[in-house]
Write a protein that binds this ligand. Structure first.
Ligand code: PLP
Length: 411
């Protein structure tokens, strides 16, 4: 592969140097592997910043009043919250733990939206104690709970608008058969209940994630506006990103056009991007440990991570790319296996690599969203560090877990 040519799945500003080695945020990832070990999540800080600005600009050019709300679940890391707060975004959190991280990252409580289909009293109390701006109310039981715990609290109602985008079943949320929110039949009663002792400020809907087709978004504002006029109209997140070179997601501008099409004047329109802010900013680096060639069957390239640092291939059959960081390209058909005791622990099936060998640094791009977020300790694997790279400088923003971390809770 020629110097410098990289597909759009890699972080903005990434390149192959003269020796054909991958650079992210100006840092040589083979050097990063040496310095910080593997597996590791490596982010180009500027990529996140640029995408945040693109969102802000796209909405500023089209709407008088808007908020871009970072869906913190995609990458709940204090350094990311800090960066996106500084870029002027709001954020949403889906649990007490995410709220804790958003606050630690410096988000003003009033700019935080609290989600969750089953917020516990403990989580609600924690959010109230810190003065969280809005709760996105998900059920009649939650209305009861909030009325009791926080009369007068500002809320939005989460609506399942009966719009099903085409995406994986596990990440479709807009259809009537959903654990989230109020179906259209229940909405009138929910509106009435939520208006009694709470301050109902608006409506919310999230159709699903990794959505390429913008048509469902065009109807969304209209469907919600028919329910009633409120100052806030939160149209959720879900814009697709490129996980593989063949993926061509719509631009943020086209997405903003679609979302805003049915939105009435005078309301504040909110959108809640997660993966499209941070997904392509991050790559995961691994070290190849073994290469098992089964003639006429398959070549397994085993790396030192797997389903503990990237659950998405197992969870949704998500497809990624992979390359040897210092030898892009190649023609050997390989399957990237994790190190976990599960046959299904496969990170990438059928990818072409250049003669993989033990000791090679392997990179999977587009792991910036829901990688670190879903990391787990299966097989007691210590979770990887998060490294932010910018202008050739690398800094660890989440350190690697140690074996001692694994026993720290054991009594
Ligand atoms: N908003 C809500 C309510 C969600 O549930 C999600 C994802 O699950 C998002 C926003 C962000 O979705 P994405 O990361 O696909 O943009």
């Amino acid at each position: 592969m020629a110097v410098g040519t990289l597909s759009h799945v890699y972080p903005l500003g990434s390149r192959l140097d003269e020796a054909g080695r991958l650079e992210v945020g100006g840092c040589d990832v083979v050097e990063l592997a040496r310095e910080f070990g593997t597996p590791a999540y490596v982010y180009a800080e500027e990529d996140i910043r640029a995408r945040a600005r693109a969102y802000m600009q796209a909405f500023a050019a089209r709407a008088e009043r808007f908020e871009v709300v970072y869906a913190g679940k995609a990458f709940p890391c204090t350094a990311a919250f800090r960066l996106l707060a500084a870029e002027g975004l709001c954020c949403d959190v889906a649990s007490g733990g995410e709220l804790h991280l958003a606050l630690a990252g410096g988000f003003a409580p009033g700019r935080i939206y609290m989600h969750g289909n089953n917020k516990t009293e403990h989580e609600i109390a924690y959010a109230l104690e810190h003065g969280v701006g809005h709760f996105v109310v998900d059920s009649f039981d939650e209305i009861d709970r909030l009325e009791r715990m926080a009369p007068g609290q500002r809320v939005l109602l989460r609506v399942t608008p009966g719009i099903r985008p085409s995406t994986h079943d596990y990440i479709a949320t807009g259809q009537a058969d959903s654990k989230f929110g109020f179906g259209l039949d229940d909405v009138p009663r929910a509106v009435e209940r939520a208006s009694q002792r709470l301050e109902l400020r608006g409506l919310h809907a999230h159709l699903g994630s990794q959505v390429f087709d913008l048509e469902p978004y065009e109807k969304l504002a209209e469907v919600l506006t028919e329910i009633g006029d409120y100052p806030l109209l939160n149209l959720g997140g879900g814009l697709a990103i490129a996980y593989t070179a063949g993926d061509e997601p719509p631009s943020v501008e086209a997405y903003a056009d679609a979302l805003l099409r049915g939105a009435p004047d005078g309301v504040t329109v909110l959108c809640e991007p997660g993966r499209s802010l941070v997904g392509n900013a991050g790559v995961t680096i691994y070290t190849v440990g073994t290469v098992k060639r089964i003639p006429d069957v398959r070549t397994y390239v085993a790396v030192d991570g797997g389903m503990s640092d990237n659950l998405r291939p197992m969870l949704y059959g998500a497809r990624y790319e992979a390359e040897i960081a210092e030898r892009f390209g190649g023609d050997e058909l390989c399957t990237i296996a994790g190190m976990h005791c599960e046959s299904g622990d496969i990170l990438v099936r059928d990818v072409l690599l250049d003669d993989p060998r033990p000791g090679d640094v392997l990179v999977t791009p587009a792991t910036g969203a829901y990688g670190h977020a879903m990391a787990n300790n299966y097989n007691a694997a210590p979770r990887p560090p998060v490294i932010f790279c910018s202008d050739g400088d690398a800094r660890v923003v989440v350190r690697r877990e140690t074996y001692d971390d694994l026993t720290v809770r054991d009594l």
